[in-house]
Design a protein around this ligand. Structure first.
Ligand code: SF4
Length: 326
């Protein structure tokens, strides 16, 4: 088992016969994510460090993970220090950096370094890529069922797409579940929610988020970053695939992707989720200034159900959109 702090070219990990585990998913889907944050604070993490970082730290030790790939470029600067701390505690840490300027050669160097560190070959990586591409294609179908046929909830869309960062460590099992789910979903009656929303930013730390939105007669039909994790780009070349991935690079790629989704998915509004103490909050200014539909910015800190103030803000936003589309 090899922990990953963010989406990386998992094809390389699977090709080496290893099982990648997205530490974010393991943290937030654990029985008591709040307790993990508290554990990290008891170990010395300050309150002013993002909860995802604290959750990842505690998750590593609670699951006896001995090896971690830390994404130190293109994801989160906190991961640099987190990686060093884990290494001092005896975890084997390998860093992976997405080049901010999307430089092809620089990305190749990083992938080559990762390949060498896990001792695998490019031919095995290509074979795994072809295998995962078939699953990515099915995830693309799932996403299309969300916004074209309206038969998939915002949470289901989120859950399948967010899990494609590591395919739950087992692509065969993942695909089996996905196939079964697609059969069930295709036979559902389409939902008739009045308002269509897009969700931007890192996955929510809240629980019951999508369910609450649906209780207001609205539905998320675009999960921006989660969809990026699923890499629905249909690129033959693995380098092209990871260059197309918008999240680690400058905001222009994200803006193009979101604008296309607004048009294609007929979005009435966007919810931009920001994490307390995260530098990515600054992007909120750019998103609000650029995007052509109303944007509600939410901020979440610790795991748990959405608080009453956040719930009220979502309700008011949805009501405002209902008035606009009438
Ligand atoms: S939410 Fe922001 S601060 Fe927290 S881990 Fe992600 S990028 Fe880093």
């Amino acid at each position: 088992m090899i922990g990953i702090t963010a989406t990386i070219p998992v094809e390389i990990i699977f090709a080496a016969g290893l099982r990648p585990v997205d530490l974010n998913n393991l943290f937030i889907n654990s029985d008591q994510p709040k307790k993990l944050v508290s554990q990290a604070e008891a170990a010395g993490f300050s309150h002013s460090i993002c909860s995802w970082i604290k959750g990842i730290y505690a998750t590593v030790f609670n699951n006896d993970i001995r090896e971690v790939i830390a994404v130190t470029g293109g994801d989160c600067s906190n991961t640099i220090a987190l990686g060093e701390l884990l290494a001092r505690k005896g975890v084997k840490v390998t860093s992976f950096e997405y080049p901010f300027n999307r430089d092809r050669e620089a990305l190749l160097v990083q992938m080559e370094k990762l390949r060498e560190s896990v001792s695998t070959t490019w031919s095995k990586i290509e074979a795994v890529k072809a295998r995962l591409d078939r699953i990515r294609e099915k995830l693309k179908r799932l996403d299309q069922l969300s916004y074209r046929k309206n038969v998939i909830t915002g949470f289901e869309n989120h859950m399948y797409l967010v899990s494609s960062s590591d395919f739950n460590g087992d692509p065969d099992e993942f695909e089996k579940n996905l196939d079964y789910f697609l059969i069930i979903a295709k036979n559902r009656e389409p939902a008739k929610h009045e308002i269509r929303l897009g969700y931007l930013g890192v996955p929510p730390i809240f629980s019951q988020f999508y369910e609450y939105i649906e209780s207001l007669n609205a539905r998320v039909v675009f999960n921006e970053v989660q969809r990026q994790f699923s890499m629905p780009f249909e690129k033959k070349d693995i380098l092209d695939q990871y260059l197309e991935y918008t999240y680690p690079y400058d905001i222009s790629g994200r803006l193009r992707d979101i604008e296309q989704a607004i048009y294609e998915r007929k979005l009435d509004g966007l919810i931009h989720y920001t994490q307390t103490f995260c530098y990515r909050q600054i992007y909120d200014i750019v998103l609000r200034e650029t995007l052509p539909v109303p944007v509600l910015t939410l901020e979440g800190d610790r795991p748990g159900s959405i608080d009453s103030q956040t719930a009220l803000r979502i309700e008011t936003f949805v009501e405002m959109l209902k008035n606009l589309v009438e």
